[in-house]
Design a binder for this molecule. Structure first.
Ligand SMILES: Nc1ccn([C@@H]2O[C@H](COP(=O)(O)OP(=O)(O)OP(=O)(O)O)[C@@H](O)[C@H]2O)c(=O)n1
Ligand SMILES: [Mg+2]
Length: 399
């Protein structure tokens, strides 16, 4: 197969391949960029593999950075925004189910491709668009199949995260996992416990935000990968709820986490602990706690004005998505309207500050905080205008 018209990203990287080739080396585009081009999907990074050893690559270009030199990866900055170029590798034994014990550089493309995870990811492309397909990746792309390269068991022993990659690609591409590959995941699912939670998390979120989430979620459940994800084994009912209900891609990471916490029926404290186990950022954790609370409320009743205010716009949208997926009516337009009509959106917008109150003679302290909080609530509820004169008068009355 030869692709006649290549996306602009390849055109820009072409001089890198040409330089390597004129020096007598082989060089190819590899991995996700080839797969996504054939699928007609937009590219996010262009990876290059070459027979040149790292030192040889560095001699051929004037500006390079050793981004992963031990693994053979050099960043070439001579053209465009920079291209990661990795020397063909053949990896030996894997004792920890994560990384090879040692990396051996080789001159042969086939050696490199046969240690890659799935046939659709083991395609290489020359700079002229010729596709090298040693493992029938093109047929699998055409038939929408995720199949391990060679022996699936070996591939999952090399890196157990690949089992999560299988289910996330199934969701992102709406592909089916080939039965032997799926069976090998089931047989080896427990190896997931060897993998860092940060790496699992990335794949889990890609699964939930993928365009066909059930195509990933269903093998994720059937192979027991779900049970070996941190914390998940404690929530069988919540997991089934997602299996039975989820139909749409989560619009973002916030919605994905909110979906999990809501389906698992976590309290705010439990949600915060759950997110800490998954090692997500504090900013995201706080948002998920608020959105989960709102989603749980939306599943029972409508949201009070103070809750709209406390939750915030982005968290409300996530809460509505999740509540809707889990069976509540879609209230997005009315929630957005109600939120946009709030007289103020944050405390910062309140027309007076603590300092203003102190200037009128109110003593600093907890009582002042309480007065301010009451005024804030009254403004949110539309009981008083957000006007300094009126707010100060009301403050004096309560003092
Ligand atoms: N555990 C892994 C991770 C990556 N790869 C190989 O390295 C390539 C690039 O990896 P990565 O960028 O992580 O994945 P992509 O397939 O490019 O997918 P994405 O679109 O998410 O970047 C993959 O295509 C695959 O050939 C692999 O064999 N095993
Ligand atoms: Mg990639």
């Amino acid at each position: 197969m030869k692709l006649e018209e290549l996306p602009i990203e390849f055109e820009q990287a072409r001089p890198v391949l040409q330089t390597l080739e004129s020096a007598g080396f082989e060089a190819y585009f590899v991995g996700g960029c080839v797969r996504d081009t054939i699928l007609g999907k937009p590219l996010h990074d262009v990876d290059i593999a070459t027979s040149a050893y790292p030192e040889e690559v560095k001699r051929l270009f004037s500006r390079t950075v050793d981004t992963g030199i031990d693994h053979g990866t050099v960043m070439i900055l001579d053209h465009g925004t920079g291209y990661e170029t990795t020397t063909f590798r053949s990896e030996s034994t894997y004792t920890d189910f994560r990384r090879p014990d040692e990396v051996t550089f080789v001159r042969d493309l086939a050696e490199d491709l046969k240690r890659r995870d799935f046939t659709i990811n083991a395609l290489a492309m020359k700079e002229d668009g010729t596709v090298i397909d040693l493992f029938n990746g093109l047929a699998d792309l055409e038939h929408h199949v995720i199949r391990a390269v060679g022996n699936p068991e070996e591939r999952f022993h090399e890196d157990a995260l690949r089992m999560m990659r299988a289910v996330r690609f199934a969701s992102q591409l709406a592909f089916n996992i080939e039965p032997e590959t799926q069976q090998a995941i089931k047989d080896n699912a427990a190896l997931l416990t060897k993998i860092a939670v940060e790496r699992i998390q990335v794949e889990l979120i890609k699964l939930l935000t993928g365009k066909a989430p059930q195509m990933g979620w269903s093998p994720f459940m059937q192979t027991n990968l779900a049970t070996y994800c941190p914390t998940f084994a404690a929530y069988p009912a919540g997991l089934s709820r997602i299996s039975n209900r989820l139909t749409q891609a989560c619009p973002d990471e916030l919605s994905a986490w909110t979906l999990l916490a809501t389906a698992f029926q976590l309290t705010s404290t439990e949600t915060a602990g759950f997110m800490r186990t998954w090692k997500t950022s504090n900013v995201l954790n706080q948002a998920v706690v608020l959105a989960t609370k709102a989603a749980e409320t939306l599943l029972q009743e409508s949201l009070a004005t103070t809750m709209l205010y406390r939750t915030g716009r982005a968290n409300l949208l996530a809460a509505n998505f999740v509540a809707h997926e889990l069976g509540a009516p879609d209230r997005q337009p009315e929630l957005e309207q109600a939120y946009d009509e709030l007289p103020i959106k944050t405390k910062k917008e309140l027309a007076i500050t603590g300092r203003d109150l102190i200037q009128t003679g109110i003593q600093p302290g907890p009582q002042l905080g309480q007065i301010l909080a009451n005024l804030e609530q009254q403004v949110v509820l539309g009981q008083i205008a957000n006007d300094p004169t009126q707010l100060l008068a009301a403050a004096k009355q309560t003092d």
